[in-house]
Design a protein around this ligand. Structure first.
Ligand SMILES: *[C@@H]1O[C@H](CO)[C@@H](O)[C@H](O)[C@H]1NC(C)=O
Ligand SMILES: *[C@@H]1O[C@H](CO)[C@@H](O)[C@H](O)[C@H]1NC(C)=O
Ligand SMILES: *[C@@H]1O[C@H](CO)[C@@H](O)[C@H](O)[C@H]1NC(C)=O
Ligand SMILES: *[C@@H]1O[C@H](CO)[C@@H](O)[C@H](O)[C@H]1NC(C)=O
Length: 622
């Protein structure tokens, strides 16, 4: 959907823009403690920030029901996805909300000419707001924090709103999330086709998949013989968040060994917020190179689209909002005129080639989107998490499958094993599991990790177990209740004091996360992590979509209600051995996590996919 320029809000202000009386203020959002950030100093008052007010949307309480109606295989409306226009219309904030917030801003000294309403009407953008203006407006102080990597990030610790406008506002940015990197210079800106009718048996498991995992191992384990035939109607996107990118020479070396027809082929490239392929030989390009090697090999001849967000100047804490901006327009606040300090800043004048305009609703969402980054639920304010989770649900309503890796390092989710205290803060000695993000959001599909058992062969029955090298992240949200589709799932009893058994549980599904053979900087290496599992499942869902599109059906969209339903029983390899790691301060590195059991579990979800059987199940649905 193309998002047109912004309305000037001043023209829209009605008679309700009357002066407001002073009222009590309420704290709206607070910053969570972050062990890798230390306080440096106050942020200078003259700095300009791109102040954006996220207006309260309508009908979000019904979002779950709407999504279930198109995604539950038992629903009469299964597969009848919404258009982007329908989504924008149903959830747009009320005029009353817009008027109340703009009246507050004008009475606080921001003239109507400085206020702009985003095309989807969900945000008010305030032009040229300085820290000195924003601090009294929000009852906040902005500080600079130093990340352990040396990067500087800015945030306020909390902010408050007059009670009469608080109900009209979901979130305000930039505020409590420190996903804003400060650059150098005077401005803070620089953040920087064969015939598929013939059914074939799953190929035999090649020897050594436990040690050296290859595309042939994936095809064997997950019964992949299908060859795409609806390429023109299908699409598949990998989100690559800077600084990760890829080297064509690495792709070619990999393809020469594992997928010769792809030698010389590149992903389709979509630049979001100035994203460029800025890899140079001899520098670390991160994990997206090998993710492309595998996804391109698995879905060929279907092209893979790389949604490249940002460039090498982007640092830690990049948020998921930048690519959400580009694919659904829901976070758009600018018509390309960003010239400000935060979020990160686009275009980025400090990086050659990084000068593209801020992408906003300009990229049609691919039918499947895989993202291998993960964060933590506790670090996001409840309002921020709720709004972002609702955006994922809207993509599902439009028929897009959104997959994220569950994350690594067990139920704590961090190398250092930080878990949560009773008061919700992180602590090395704490004993409550630390749920990940966006795994904790019920409206995405979270992918956990497995590995091939030592010396396994296909005659061994289930050859996978819980990934045990770093251990897959899994658990239960402390904020989002268990969604309907998950109610019948099993919740490993016995450790209930360590997690909220009534919460949304993840992962939903899993795939191998161990010893992917890949080419990096010209040499073969073994890579592990749920970062490899999410794009594997995404490739398989892309092939399912191809089969449905070829049969004249709609893509599968949000898959969770389907994969948990009785209709899909038997279409997964049920993983029943292995345990994920718990909290360091509690039972040491390895003890006390979630165990893989028969049926769903919080280590491997419903299990690993069997493509041949999944296609049969999904073709049986309308
Ligand atoms: C949370 O509890 C721990 C002790 O369990 C304490 O050290 C810490 O200061 C508390 N944090 C807050 C924000 O209350
Ligand atoms: C954790 O416990 C140990 C010993 O019980 C103590 O020395 C240490 O200070 C505690 N750490 C934190 C962060 O509370
Ligand atoms: C796997 O095979 C190797 C080499 O034959 C052997 O040394 C090892 O003990 C085997 N591992 C298991 C778990 O069977
Ligand atoms: C693989 O999928 C095919 C359908 O394409 C099915 O007939 C076969 O039984 C499946 N193999 C296994 C081992 O599940």
């Amino acid at each position: 959907m193309h998002i047109s320029a912004h309305f000037i809000l001043g023209f829209l202000l009605g008679a309700s823009a009357a002066a407001t009386s002073p009222t009590a203020r309420v704290v709206h959002e607070k910053r969570a403690a972050h062990p890798s950030l230390t306080h440096a100093r106050r942020l200078d008052a003259h700095i300009t920030v791109p102040l954006k007010i996220g207006l309260k949307q309508q009908n979000t309480a019904a979002l779950a029901d709407h999504l279930t109606a198109v995604a539950d295989p038992h629903s009469p409306a299964y597969g009848q996805h919404w258009s982007p226009e329908q989504v924008a219309e149903v959830f747009a904030p009320a005029d009353e909300t817009r008027d109340a917030v703009s009246a507050w801003l004008t009475s606080s000294g921001f003239s109507a000419e400085r206020l702009r309403l985003s095309a989807n009407r969900a945000w008010i953008h305030v032009d040229g707001a300085t820290v000195g203006e924003v601090e009294p407006l929000l009852g906040a102080e902005y500080h600079v924090y130093t990340h352990e990597s040396g990067e500087e990030h800015a945030a306020c610790d909390s902010y408050s709103l007059p009670a009469h406008v608080a109900d009209h506002i979901e979130i305000i940015t930039p505020t409590v999330q420190p996903n804003i990197k400060l650059g150098s210079g005077s401005s803070l800106a620089a953040r920087g086709a064969p015939n598929p009718r013939q059914k074939r048996a799953a190929p035999a498991l090649p020897a050594g998949c436990d040690q050296a995992f290859t595309p042939a191992c994936i095809r064997s384990l997950y019964n992949i013989t299908y060859v795409p035939k609806a390429i023109d109607r299908n699409s598949f996107g990998i989100v690559s968040q800077a600084p990760a990118t890829y080297l064509q020479s690495d792709l070619d070396t990999f393809f020469a060994n594992f997928s010769p027809s792809l030698v010389g082929k590149s992903p389709l490239f979509v630049s979001i917020d100035g994203g460029i392929v800025d890899a140079v030989e001899g520098t670390d390009v991160g994990e997206d190179g090998w993710i492309l090697q595998y996804t391109m090999a698995l879905v060929q001849p279907q092209p893979v689209t790389m949604l490249q967000v940002g460039d090498l100047a982007t640092g830690n804490f990049i948020s998921f909002n930048e690519w959400l901006d580009a694919v659904d327009g829901a976070y758009c606040t600018s018509d390309g005129g960003d010239d400000l300090a935060f979020d990160p800043q686009f275009p980025d004048p400090t990086v050659p080639g990084g000068g593209q305009a801020h992408s906003c609703g300009s990229t049609p969402p691919p039918r499947v989107i895989s993202n291998s980054r993960a964060d933590f639920e506790y670090r996001l304010s409840p309002f921020y998490a709720a709004r972002q989770c609702a955006e994922f649900a809207k993509l599902g309503l439009m028929g897009v499958t959104v997959l994220f890796s569950a994350g690594n390092f067990g139920a704590a989710g961090t190398t250092r094993g930080y878990c949560l205290d009773d008061n919700g803060s992180v602590n090395l000695n704490a004993t409550h599991f630390n749920p990940g993000w966006p795994g904790a959001c019920p409206w995405i599909t979270s992918v956990g990790g497995t590995q091939v058992k030592a010396n396994a062969s296909t005659s061994d029955g289930v050859v996978e177990e819980v990934w045990n090298q770093d251990l897959t992240h899994g658990g239960f949200s402390n904020r989002f209740p268990m969604p309907h589709y998950q109610k019948a799932a099993q919740t490993n009893p016995g450790q209930l004091k360590h997690f909220n058994a009534k919460g949304r549980a993840y992962p939903d599904i899993s795939a191998n996360a161990n010893n992917f053979v890949a080419v990096e900087q010209g040499v073969f290496s073994a890579n592990s992590g749920t970062s490899g599992a999410a794009p594997t499942v995404a490739s398989i869902i892309t092939l399912v979509n191809d089969a449905r599109l070829a049969a004249g059906k709609t893509p599968v969209g949000f898959i969770n209600p389907a994969i948990y339903s009785p209709h899909f029983v038997g279409a997964f390899n049920d993983i029943v051995s292995g345990t994920s790691q718990g909290c360091k301060g509690w039972q040491g590195d390895r003890g006390g996590g979630f165990q893989a059991v028969s049926g769903w579990d919080a280590a491997t979800g419903v299990g690993t996919p069997n493509l041949g059987l999944l296609i049969e199940k999904w073709l049986a649905l309308p």
